[in-house]
Ligand binder design. Structure first.
Ligand SMILES: Cc1cc2nc3c(=O)[nH]c(=O)nc-3n(C[C@H](O)[C@H](O)[C@H](O)COP(=O)(O)OP(=O)(O)OC[C@H]3O[C@@H](n4cnc5c(N)ncnc54)[C@H](O)[C@@H]3O)c2cc1C
Length: 130
């Protein structure tokens, strides 16, 4: 699990939740509506169907930074690494902000804040490096 410890505990301590480890969704099944979900164990390849009336997807847990792989430094989860208190990356003139760089807060207002920082730092960089 990559969720925070507190979120992990909430899930693991909820009696009517079952965690299917090493499992991914194979297909959502049903004619008019959701009737079942077929899942696959990624270690054994074993598939099974779970009857279900709904399917909820959690999104936004992986930063969309693959495009920068090999160009910008990132942590093991793909978040771009910037200098402390700045949006500077290791490449001069390249600044990173928002959810691509922030693995702690990941909120609209913090993304807007670091976006503003990156804009100001970019403007200064351009001004100083004409
Ligand atoms: C389900 C969910 C619920 C949330 N609820 C809240 C909430 O209640 N309150 C709150 O404050 N925050 C919430 N957030 C977080 C908030 O949405 C983000 O923190 C914020 O949108 C991050 O802004 P961003 O500009 O960094 O990234 P994004 O908003 O993700 O913007 C990135 C943009 O880059 C574009 N892009 C990606 N790749 C490329 C490419 N190769 N070329 C060009 N463009 C590209 C994308 O299409 C996208 O438009 C929620 C997020 C999720 C997923």
């Amino acid at each position: 699990m990559r969720a925070s410890k507190i979120m992990q505990q909430r899930v693991l301590n909820t009696p009517n939740l079952e965690v299917l480890w090493n499992t991914q969704t194979d297909e959502i099944l049903g004619k008019e509506e959701v009737e079942a979900v077929r899942v696959m164990n990624i270690e054994t390849g074993e598939k099974k169907e779970i009857p279900a009336q709904g399917f909820f997807v959690a999104i936004g847990h992986k930063p969309n930074t693959d495009i920068f792989d090999g160009w910008l430094k990132m942590d093991e989860n793909g978040y771009l690494i910037t200098e402390k208190g700045s949006t500077r990356t290791q490449l001069a003139g390249v600044f990173a902000c928002g959810d691509a760089q922030d693995h702690i807060y990941r909120q609209a207002v913090t993304a807007a804040g670091t976006g503003c920082m990156a804009a100001i730092e970019s403007e200064r960089f351009i001004g100083e490096n004409k």
